[in-house]
Design a protein around this ligand. Structure first.
Ligand code: NAD
Length: 501
């Protein structure tokens, strides 16, 4: 509502956080946007007080109220808490879309200057290896579960297509490792291919993530919107930041259905904390994403123009940029001085920057703000899942064992019982029994696959429990660490073969 202040939670954060946040707040105020900031805490000091989440209840309550956050970087101090407060915040509020624009900026020299690099990495923010579900299987073998869901994939892929549509962008590239991880990354790719026809005006392509890295280094201007799983996105979005000038210039927004959190990509840069020398541009650009999110598109455009004019003219240059350009670091602008220069440039237009489409750089009065992303359109839930025809056709039994496959195989076969048979043993995914003539290393964890003796027959839980009983009875020789059921869903195997099988 015009005249009404926006309510925004601000988390100044750790290290250089308070300095860059203050810079963005000053510029927003100078542009005439009224914001009622609710200052909240998270990060290092909270951990040190003994709150192992790093995000106190008062902060959670504030965010639940305002639903918009401007956040400085947060540290996880060594020895306190084990989870990152940043990741906790993103996950607590289900901000599933991490959006990182990477755009060539005037006055920021890069290898690709003049090529028009202007891409947005849309990274899934909740699932994947980042779910952080890790277990030591033996004293020497660690495991991290890679969780990818159809619903989570649909949400982020739909978000990417909607973003492309809203911005008038022409292409969405899906980046996965589906060639290797056929079930997890493969699910993400399949959902992308199923949704793409709903956006006929947008070119949809799939590239393997390593090729994306290669292409990005060679010809970054070919990318428009890139949508990808969490860890892939983490890595290629930093790569993309590097292409356009580095962390000092890399903004991000974390969007959910209810809450959005805006932050710089960079961390707390502790060595610069309190020195008034850090480059605040990344957080300022993040705050522009915030302003657009709350509908302040005109003010956002004015601030963006002022940032571009400041960079273009190069009168106030921060230390990091002075270093990159071979300028005089001693005489570089302070964080405060650079902020003052942007404020002084409010109302001016850049001369060298071509206008951009969509909400990133509104051309006229108000461009439509990003709408809430459409919710998934497929049906999900217990009843829908339960209706999928299924059978359990075996198990993978993981065993702590250093025993050579040649003797472990017959011993486990002998434990299989009447209904089951040992199909194979693998070590780190490679079949070692029946022996292949090759000898992949044993690191102390074997996987034994048991299936029904009768081809394709279902294996009831009683058979699985009886097998576990028999294996347990031999004690430390085969200490089982976990099992995975082998499912067939709607006629499709829900498990992969071993290498060499
Ligand atoms: P960092 O981003 O703090 O620093 C990496 C390098 O970039 C350093 O050389 C730093 O001086 C430089 N740099 C960072 N931001 C800059 C800026 N605005 N202007 C100029 N130079 C800049 O990464 P790090 O050193 O790996 O991490 C420090 C702490 O920050 C760690 O505790 C880490 O967990 C945390 N962290 C938090 C976030 C977040 O809150 N989202 C992100 C990354 C790291």
């Amino acid at each position: 509502m015009p005249g009404q202040p926006h309510h925004v939670t601000v988390i100044p954060g750790d290290g250089v956080g308070p300095e860059v946040v203050r810079s963005a707040q000053r510029i927003i105020a100078a542009a005439g946007v009224a914001i009622d900031w609710e200052t909240a805490e998270a990060g290092a000091e909270v951990f040190k007080r003994g709150d192992t989440s790093g995000v106190p209840q008062a902060t959670r309550d504030s965010i639940a109220r305002t639903r918009v956050v401007l956040k400085g970087p947060l540290e996880t101090p060594v020895g306190f808490g084990e989870k990152s407060a940043n990741v906790t915040l993103r996950k607590l509020f289900e901000t599933y879309a991490n959006v990182r624009p990477a755009r060539e900026l005037p006055g920021v020299p890069t290898r690709y200057a003049g090529e028009g690099v202007d891409m947005i990495i849309v990274r899934e923010n909740i699932e994947d290896l980042y779910a952080g579900i890790e277990h030591m299987q033996t004293p020497d073998v660690a495991q991290c579960l890679k969780i990818i869901s159809r619903k989570g994939s649909e949400k982020i892929i739909r978000y990417a297509f909607e973003l492309a549509r809203r911005e008038g962008r022409r292409k969405v590239t899906c980046a996965t490792k589906a060639n290797i991880m056929k079930l997890t990354e493969g699910l993400f790719k399949r959902v992308f291919e199923e949704l793409a026809p709903e956006y006929p005006e947008i070119v949809a392509e799939h590239l393997i993530i390593d090729n994306v890295a290669h292409q990005m280094a060679k010809d970054p201007a070919q990318f428009d919107v890139v949508v990808t799983t969490n860890l892939n996105g983490d890595i290629i979005s930093d790569l993309a930041s590097g292409l356009v000038g580095g962390l000092g210039f890399a903004p991000s927004g974390n969007y959910g259905d209810d809450v959005a959190i805006f932050e710089a990509v960079h961390g707390s840069a502790p060595k610069y904390a309190g020195k008034d020398v850090i480059n605040p541009t990344a957080l300022i650009l993040s705050s522009l994403m915030l302003l657009r999110h709350v509908g302040e598109t005109t003010a956002a455009a004015a601030i963006e123009d002022a940032v571009l004019v400041t960079l273009e003219e190069g009168r106030a240059v921060t230390q990091d940029l002075a270093r990159q350009t071979g300028g005089d670091v001693e005489r570089a602008a302070s964080t405060t001085g650079f902020t003052d220069a942007i404020i002084a440039n409010l109302g001016r237009q850049p001369s060298s920057v071509p206008p951009r489409h969509g909400w990133e750089r509104p051309s006229g009065e108000a461009t439509p703000r990003p709408e809430g992303t459409p919710r998934p359109h497929w049906s999900y839930g217990a009843a829908v899942s339960a209706a999928v025809p299924r059978a359990t056709v075996g198990i993978d039994l993981f065993l702590e064992s250093w025993e050579p496959a040649l003797s472990a195989g017959p011993a486990l076969e002998a434990l299989a019982g009447e209904a089951l048979k040992l199909e194979m043993i693998s070590s780190r995914g490679t079949m070692v029994y029946p022996t292949t003539g090759l000898s992949p290393d044993n690191v102390g964890l074997l996987r034994a696959r048991f299936v029904a003796r009768e081809d394709g027959a279902a294996v009831p839980d009683e058979e699985i429990l009886a097998l576990l009983d028999r294996v347990s009875s031999v004690g430390a020789r085969f200490a089982w660490t976990h099992i995975e059921k082998l499912h067939v869903f709607a006629g499709e195997p829900g498990y992969t073969k071993a290498q060499g099988q």
